[in-house]
Design a protein around this ligand. Structure first.
Ligand code: C2E
Ligand code: MG
Ligand code: MG
Ligand code: MG
Length: 281
């Protein structure tokens, strides 16, 4: 390794570096064509209301069906899309497709779409969202946008104004992965979020770590005090479900209820809800 050879030595053309750079460039090239080639697809994961034991909506989660790589997870290509700017057209496609899909679901069922900082900073973003609603006929009240605090970290004025403008049309804004950033709490004072999605790291550790559980409880109380709905992400076990219920959270998401599923399975899932999708009484 370069380090072992001492300061000033730089082996910039190690074969494996070259190979990973090549891989990265080919991923970028393929990704640039993915939307046009129809290789992206949305899977949907239910957002479950435990007060009434029913599905309130679904989160749209994008996947890339790559001819050689198979089904690629967003963790592998969303960062590349963000770095290259491809997230803008990719995100527009996600918004349009999610609104079209949701327009076929029953009226009470909403759809949540993840939005990257770069999309929101784009001056056309509000137009893209409103265009997706208009083209699909989906009511604004059935669309939720999920943003992370990084959206508000820089260029705050423009992004905040866009969010306010969109929220006035009736759609809802959720703060995603709450508790993982540096200043999540202060952002609750800067924007009237409709929902806080508590990061799944808290529930993952809640059974074994009293601290994780206490922080989760405090976030739920904070949301309730502010009149903001709270949802816990990543419920995988009955034990976690019982804990989250006991702490007073009423909306949840996780593999216990369902992993993200292809859109073709959603109608059946909605029809089958009373038959036992929700395990807990
Ligand atoms: P996210 O928005 O926090 O989405 C939740 C992620 O947690 C999803 O991963 C989901 O499959 C996973 N998950 C749900 N329940 C459980 C559980 O019980 N256990 C565990 N271990 N995981 C669970 P996924 O689909 O791989 O997406 C990862 C991230 O990629 C998302 O995190 C989101 O930040 C991003 N992403 C996905 N689709 C889009 C998109 O259309 N646009 C943008 N900008 N980002 C997206
Ligand atoms: Mg999300
Ligand atoms: Mg999340
Ligand atoms: Mg996440």
């Amino acid at each position: 390794h370069a380090k072992a050879e001492g300061a000033g030595t730089c082996r910039c053309f190690e074969p494996e570096m070259d190979e990973s750079a090549r891989q990265r460039r080919s991923l970028e090239r393929d990704l640039a064509e993915a939307v046009a080639l129809g290789q992206l697809e949305l899977h949907y994961q239910p957002l479950v209301d435990l007060e009434r034991d029913r599905i309130k909506g679904f989160e749209a989660l994008v996947r890339w069906r790559h001819p050689e790589r198979g089904l690629v997870s967003p963790a592998a290509f969303i960062p590349v899309a963000e770095e290259t700017g491809l997230i803008v057209p990719l995100g527009a496609w996600v918004l349009q497709q999610a609104c079209r899909d949701a327009a076929d679901w029953p009226d009470g069922i909403s759809v949540a779409v993840n939005v990257s900082p770069l999309q929101l900073r784009n001056r056309d973003f509000a137009g893209t969202v409103l265009g997706a609603l208009a083209a699909s006929g989906l009511a604004a009240g059935r669309l939720e946008l999920e943003i992370t605090e990084s959206v508000l970290l820089d260029d705050t004025a423009t992004s905040l104004e866009t969010l306010h403008q969109l929220r006035r049309t009736g759609l809802r804004i959720s703060m995603d992965d709450f508790g993982t950033g540096y200043s999540s709490i202060s952002y609750l004072r800067r924007f009237p979020f409709d929902k806080i999605k508590i990061d799944r790291s808290f529930v993952r550790d809640a059974a074994t770590s009293p601290d994780a559980r206490a922080i989760m409880r405090a976030i739920i109380i904070l949301g309730t005090s502010l009149g903001i709905a709270t949802l816990v992400e990543g419920i995988e076990t009955e034990e976690q479900l019982a804990i989250v219920r006991a702490e007073g959270c009423r909306e949840m998401q996780g593999f216990l209820f369902s992993p993200p599923r292809p859109v073709a399975e959603i109608a059946a899932m909605l029809a089958g809800v009373p038959a036992g999708l929700l395990r807990a009484a």
